[in-house]
Design a binder for this molecule. Sequence first.
Ligand code: ADP
Ligand code: ZN
Ligand code: ZN
Length: 742
Amino acid sequence: MFADIIIDIRHEKLDRIFQYRIPESLQEELRPGMEVLVPFGKGNRITKGYVTGISEICDYDLSKVKEIRDISRTGVAIEGKLVALAAWMKENYGGTMIQALKTVLPIKQKENAQVKKRLRLLLDAETGREKLAFYLEKNQKARARLLAALLDDPVLEYDLVTKKLNITLPVIRVLEEQGVLAVEERRVYRNPVKEGTMGRKKITYTEEQKHVIERFRQDYEGGVRRTYLLHGVTGSGKTEVYMEMIRLVVEQGKQAIVLIPEIALTYQTVMRFYRSFGDRVSIMNSRLSAGERYDQMMRAKAGQVDVMIGPRSALFTPFPDLGLIVIDEEHEPTYKSEQVPRYHARETAQERARMEGASLVLGSATPSLEAMYRARRGEYVLFEMKNRSRMQQMAKVYTVDLRQELRNGNRSILSEKLQEMMEERLERKEQVMLFLNRRGYSGFVSCRECGHVVKCPHCDVSLSVHRDGRMVCHYCGYSQPKVTECPECGSRHIGEFRAGTQQIEDIVKARFPGARVLRMDMDTTRQKDAHEKILSAFANEEADVLVGTQMIVKGHDFPNVTLVGILAADMSLYTDDYRSGERTFQLLTQAVGRAGRGERSGEAVIQTYSPEHYAIVTAAAQDYAAFYEEEIRYRELMGYPPVENLLAVLVSCEDEELLDRGCRYLKEFSMRFREKAQASVIGPASPGIDKIKDIYRRVLYIKAPDYGMLTAVKDRLEQYIEINPGFDKMRIQFDFNPMNVG
Ligand code: ADP
Ligand code: ZN
Ligand code: ZN
């Protein structure tokens, strides 16, 4: 028997795995992740290494292979646990061990030290409040916002202020000139809030919160570790519940990881954790340099931190005694990695928690079908919080049938109802957000008269129009000529659904000449910081209407927004994949949730050609349970995840002919598992984009009820690919239960 061993895990050079012979005496005991002592280099110096895999085959000259000396008995190193997790990821998601190791291990990179800036309040509390009143009176909203934040916390990280509070540089300069604040520079990364300045507001938990906390406490103190799904409407107080759970775990001397999608990692959220855990909390985000990230990981390893908050990658924080992992907004697609290994943070967290004896809490207002399915089957403990903690009303939602608008002679993208309501808000000096979802939009064909959408007869997903004019299915490759007449009602008003934010901005300006309109989309946010500038201007009420793509629906609170218009709910409904209903429901729920964050209650208008579609009906009624019932029935019927599992095999190659031949072989080979794994093989099809930079692309889907069977198929495919030189010119990647095709 032979073991794959990685010697140095701290450096960028993490690119070589060495094989060693396993002595008879250790063969029973040795596992991936274990720390071992091996002779290394010319002098055979005894060096520490980690086992990354075990095999019966040796790839090198047998006479040169050295033998493992011993298993290191100094206790299990944190690295060992992460190496074991990497082995699990390689097994479950494909890719190489090196790729998996690079994902989980903190890697030191050479780089120059960066200067960190922070802002310090120079005024005392009373002068500060006077100044604040002055800014408010002058309607200088950005200045007021910054000063109010500084009055809460006298020292703030510069980045936090510019990026999360949406304050622009000139505003900081003005306050600096006025002697309100000072900009300081430091070399080391430290937290902006010190122990002494913590001020957590005392709150009385609602009955729902108490129930959840109590159940968790009983389990935790009784040594029971589980996965919990906390389904709570927005504002039901989920974050407060996480914090109480974390406190419990930290009191026992353990640590916690909190995953939050980067876009939702707002200033307010970050500050709430700081106030609760002070210097013992650390934040990870993509703006940190590689060096800063590494430093944070080392602080965590050294026990200087109890709580790590961050996006997906924070899951691999090397805590010595991990007690809890929280995944907030569990349904977000960003928890799935789009790079090899294409892991999902939810499943990987579950495995890490299992390995290390930690609990896992998943939270969402709109849980993913995966999570709810498992909760319903008893794999997860389900907690529900149905009420808002502070008595705010949920927004009132109107659904407008765009087919009816057309019949009434209104060809504008703004319905009569929405126009009326916008008029009211503009008069009352309240703000409006208009939302045009383009995520996943793929050029589906629909009838403007009856709403009919042309779908694949085999897969029940929308067909997309290709450059060559044909309509194709991105799952199975089915195609047909473009229709010119609605197959349902015979209308000639059928075609690709077209609408852009620019066009909407123009329409709004034409219809409401007095309104100040801002637009946020890929075009207007191309420049650095443009994103922040737009949000900042809107927060300062420098505009009445904000038109934007899905970028605008998340994470930001604008208390003066009392109306949200969703212009074409259909755009996400008829994307060409099986998650489109789920994504639409989530987006609509979030968008509706943007209205009425402040004192005044909010309203939302959903415009659609498919008012009877269950995703729209249930989103308008804000009824998750009803949505789930319908959606899971569809998944069952079609055998889509989470009921069955789907493995996408992405194949790309410069030579199209070779690629097609390769795909045929792969398909034939996969078909062998039809019986054993109850698998069906679909495709090859186009993954949305057929060619990127002259490299042709195809995708093959393998569907099977059992995930383990699919990983076994993947293993066999990997072997098949390796021994057949014909695949040398192709790049082949695996994606389990993919989020996006292509
Ligand atoms: P969620 O994470 O479910 O959206 P939050 O935890 O962010 O909800 O709570 C929404 C708001 O309500 C926050 O400002 C929070 O401080 C407040 N809040 C939460 N629980 C309570 C409570 N029991 N009493 C008073 N305010 C609360
Ligand atoms: Zn029609
Ligand atoms: Zn199809």
